[in-house]
Structure formats: C-alpha cells, structure tokens
Write a protein that binds this ligand. Sequence first.
Ligand code: PHE
Length: 364
Amino acid sequence: MDDVIKLLESARNDIAKADNLQQLESLRVALLGKKGSLTDAMKSLAGLSDTNRKEKGQQLNLVKQEITDLLTKRKVLLEQVELNHRLKAEKIDVTLPSLAWQIGRLHPITQTIDELTAIFGQMGFSVAEGPEIEDDFHNFTALNIPPSHPARQMHDTFYLHPQQETPQEGNNAPPVLRTHTSPVQIRALKSLPKPVAVIAPGRTYRSDYDQTHTPMFHQVEGIWIDRQTHMGHLKGCLIDFVHAFFENESIPVRFRANHFPFTEPSAELDIGYGIIDGMIRIGEGDKWLEILGCGMVHPNVLQACDTDPDSYQGFAFGIGIERLAMLKYGIPDLRTFFQCDLRWMRHYGFLPYDTASSIRGLGL
Ligand code: PHE
C-alpha cells in the first residue's frame, strides 16, 4: 500500500517540477512506459491473492488515472509556455523596411491586368469574373456558335469528362476549359441590370504550344451594352485604351474587318510597329500587329441573354494579355511567362509597391 502512495506522491512532485516538454515525456515513459514504475507495479499484481489483487488493482488504476490526468494538464501548460516563448522569439517587425534584393515581384501578367483594370476602370467599366471550367452553352452556344459551327474546331478546345458534375445549361455536351473570356459576357449580360459595362480578365485554355502559344493564357474581355452604344464608341474606347496602355498618344491604330460569330460587324485592331536594330518598336516603322478582336454584339447573343436586341446594343472586345505584356515590356518568348524562373521574375517582375494606376502612372 505504502509503496503505491509513495509512487503517486513522487509522481505528483516530479510532474509539477517538469519544466519542459522533453522532461515531461521522459517522466511519462519512466512512469507509464513498458518498463515504467507503474507498469511494473501493475505486473506485480499477478503474484497476489485474489482479494489483494482486486483491492490493489483498483487502487493502481486510480493512481494511473490521476498520473495520466496530471501529465496531460502539465503538457497543455508546457505547450502553451513553449508557444509563447516561440512567439516572442520569432516576432517579426513588419514595420522594418525590406531589403531590396529580398522583395518579391509581381508577375508581368498581374501587372498588366492591374494596368488594364486601371485604364478601363477609369472609363467606367467594372470587373467581372466567371468560371474557368465552363459549360458548352456559355462558351459556345450562347455566343452564336451552334454545335456544328466550324469555329468550335478553331478553338482547339480542351474537353472535360462528360460525367464531371458541372452545371449544364441547354444541352448535354461535356464541359470545357473556357477557350476565351467571352463566356463572361454571357454571364454578365444575364445577371447584371442594364446598362452593362464590364471587363473580365482571366485565364483561358487552348491546346497549342509554341513560341507564341501556351495551353493556358490570359485574355481580358470587355462588353458595353446600353440603348444607343455604337461602333464610334467602340473605336473611341479602344483607341484611347491603346494610347493609355502604351503611354504614347501617337501610336498608329487601324481597324481591319474580320469575322467572329458573336459580333457583327467584327474587326481586329492592329497597332503600328517597326523593327529597329533587331528590337520591336511600337509606334515606329511601317508594320502592323494584331492585338485584339472586337465588334458590335450580335443580336443572337443578346437574345440568348434575355436582352431585347431592339432596345439594347453595344460592343465587345477580347484582348490577349500576354501579347500586350510582351509588346510593352519587350519579352520575346511567351513560354517564359509560365516557367517560374526566379531570375526571369527578378528581371521582368514589378515591385509590389508600384501599384498601377492611371493617376500615379502605369508600369514604367
Ligand atoms: N473571343 C474572341 C477570341 O478569343 C475575341 C473577341 C471577343 C472578339 C469579343 C470579339 C469580341 O478570339
């Protein structure tokens, strides 16, 4: 009897004195481990008479329970102490200025999206978003691209497994990785009150890979729908955008007739450039480079979005973001955007403090 009480008392004492988790763990092993003193005492029960074994067994169980509780409580306390200690030791002074070479960089795509948002935001567009896994209705059908339309082939679409659980609207075609940001037009037109003026920057996917194509790339979609919005508005908006983005009012711009199923009339916008000493120079020389597609939203698209084409009209455009960033920042290979090379990021990335704004200036 006495030895059990003694064991309990010394255990209480030792547990109370343990002042770190390691010590406490050794103590636990010494008491309750395979060769621990309490385990030994339990083992010695086997040699006792029935009545003695019962009584001592009960007592040992109580002692074990108490020791286990004490160990647990002490452990919680010591963990708290240790955590406080670490929090104190590892405190970071966020007000300290960072070291220039340690600062992270914004990716040129992030920077370009910020610049686009600043420019179009000032014109009155707000930003909308849509899912990257899109259904057939939003990516194609509502954009006046019916199931057998050849434009579906042009898009090198990534189709997903038909069983995938994505909300489907209209038909049972498999979901796709959106091939352009135009489906956000549909979502915006269907869900927002008119007039609608939104841009939708984001990722898009097509199965293509070479110096000027990557399977994932970025576009920014724009749509402006009101009662009397016309082609003149489209031209003014996009010419102003080009001049603001390249921060150069004298860049030559031309609209060239084109075809998109979702706009009528449709055009592509080219900007003038030249190659001088092996370098692309925007606004100089006599070459033209296509940077975006645009047009007046097709009445069928308005109808698919429950918008009456006799009351509403407007324009839409879609711009390749990488193409803009490559031109503005002189980045020669599209694939390098997504190779996660830190040296590339240090060279082409932007300091996070240099937030793009049309007041403070863009990414120069
Ligand atoms: N969605 C078209 C593309 O990906 C671009 C576009 C958008 C053209 C809006 C006209 C109007 O090529």
